[in-house]
Design a protein around this ligand. Structure first.
Ligand code: ATP
Length: 320
C-alpha cells in the first residue's frame, strides 16, 4: 500500500494527537504517502484532505484534542454519503484508511470495508472505555486522572464541611470512568448504569462510614445513570446530610495525555500502519493482557461490553 488516509471521528480523546503522529511517522517509515482528513467522515465526504509530512505532526504528542479535528456526521449513515466518502478516497488514490474513534466510528469504517471493499483499520479513541475487545481505549487513562485530580480537591472541602459530594463523570452508557475514578480516589460509593442502585443501601453506607469516624463522602455517579443534580435531589429527600453536586464535564475530554495514553497511541498507530503495509485491512487494534492485538472489525463492533464486577466488589470492600 502506498497511499493511506487518516481521520479522527466521534468524541475527541486525549492521545488522539499522539496517535496521529504515530500513524504519519510510521507511514513515512514505510515510504507511504499519508493524507489527513479533517473533521472525520464529514471531511471525507466534503473532500477536506491534506497531505501529512514528518513536520505536520511535530510538537503535538503532548496535546489533548485532535489536530485533524472531529465531527459527528449523519450523512455517513446513508449509502449516498458512504459513496461520496469512497469517491474522495479514489480521487486521492488512497488505498487504506485509519479511523481513530469509538464504536460509532468503527461502524463507519465497517461500512466502507463491507460495502465498498476499502481496507480500514480502527484505533479505539474514546475516553469511555466502552469497547469490549480491548482492555483500554485511548484517552480513558487521562480522563480518569483528570477526574482524580478534581475528586481530590472536592474531598478536601467536603471533609472540612462534613459534606457528601455527588460527582458526575462521563462514560455514556459505560460505568468504567466511574468505576476506576471511584476506586482510585477512595470514593465510598459509585453508581453505574450496569448495576441498579438502591438509595436505602447508599444511605446506610454513608451512615456506617460516619459512625466509623469519616467526615465526608464521595459518591461518583456515571452520566449514564443520571446527573449529579438529579441524584443529589433524590438523596436529599431521604437524608439530612449536607450534599453538594459537581459535574466534572468536558474537562475530562481535554488535557495533556498521560504516559499510558501516549504509549497506547504510539503502539496503536504503529500497529495500524504495519497492518496496512502488509496489505491487511478490516481490523481494529487494541490492547489485551498488556499485548497489542488486532481483530476483525465486524467481530469487534458486535461484542458487548462487560462490566468488571470484581472491581466493583473491590471498591465495596475497601472504601468504607
Ligand atoms: P464516542 O464513543 O467518543 O462518542 P464514536 O465514534 O462512538 O465516539 P459516534 O458519534 O457514535 O461516536 O460516531 C461517529 C461517527 O461515525 C458518526 O457521526 C457517523 O458519521 C459515523 N457512524 C456511526 N455509526 C455509523 C454507522 N452505523 N454506519 C456508518 N457510519 C456510522
Amino acid at each position: 500500500m502506498k497511499r493511506i488516509g487518516l481521520l479522527t471521528s466521534g468524541g475527541d480523546a486525549p492521545g488522539m494527537n499522539a496517535a496521529i503522529r504515530a500513524v504519519v511517522r510510521s507511514g513515512i517509515y514505510f515510504n507511504m504517502e499519508v493524507f489527513g482528513i479533517e473533521r472525520g467522515y464529514a471531511g471525507l465526504i466534503e473532500d477536506v484532505v491534506m497531505p501529512m509530512e514528518m513536520r505536520s505532526v511535530s510538537n503535538i504528542v503532548q496535546f489533548g484534542g485532535t489536530k485533524l479535528r472531529t465531527a459527528r456526521c449523519l450523512e455517513m449513515l446513508t449509502k449516498e454519503g458512504q459513496k461520496q466518502a469512497v469517491a474522495t478516497l479514489e480521487k486521492y488514490g488512497i488505498e487504506g484508511l485509519v479511523v481513530i474513534g469509538g464504536d460509532g466510528s468503527f461502524r463507519g469504517a465497517r461500512a466502507l470495508t463491507e460495502e465498498f471493499g476499502v481496507p480500514t483499520i480502527g484505533i479505539p479513541g474514546t475516553i469511555d472505555n466502552d469497547l469490549e475487545y480491548t482492555d483500554y481505549t485511548l484517552g480513558f487513562d487521562t480522563a480518569v486522572n483528570t477526574c482524580l485530580d478534581i475528586i481530590n480537591k472536592l474531598r478536601d472541602t467536603m471533609t472540612s464541611h462534613e459534606r457528601v459530594c455527588v460527582v458526575e463523570v462521563m462514560g455514556r452508557h459505560c460505568g468504567d470512568i466511574a468505576l476506576y475514578s471511584g476506586i482510585a480516589s477512595g470514593a465510598e460509593i459509585i453508581v453505574v448504569p450496569e448495576i441498579k442502585f438502591n438509595m436505602d443501601e447508599i444511605v446506610a453506607r454513608i451512615d456506617r462510614s460516619r459512625a466509623n469516624g469519616k467526615h465526608s463522602n464521595i459518591i461518583v455517579v456515571a452520566e449514564g445513570v443520571m446527573s449529579a443534580e438529579q441524584f443529589s435531589k433524590k438523596l436529599q429527600e431521604v437524608t439530612s446530610y449536607s450534599i453538594r453536586p459537581t459535574c466534572i464535564g468536558h474537562v475530562q475530554r481535554g488535557g495533556s495525555p498521560s504516559m499510558a495514553d501516549r504509549m497506547l497511541a504510539a503502539q496503536f498507530g504503529n500497529k495500524a500502519v504495519r497492518l496496512l503495509n502488509e496489505g491487511i485491512g478490516n481490523r481494529v487494534v487494541g490492547i489485551r493482557d498488556n499485548k497489542i492485538i488486532d481483530m476483525d472489525i465486524i467481530e469487534a463492533v458486535s461484542m458487548k461490553k462487560k462490566f468488571n464486577y470484581e472491581l466493583y466488589e473491590t471498591l465495596q470492600m475497601i472504601s468504607m
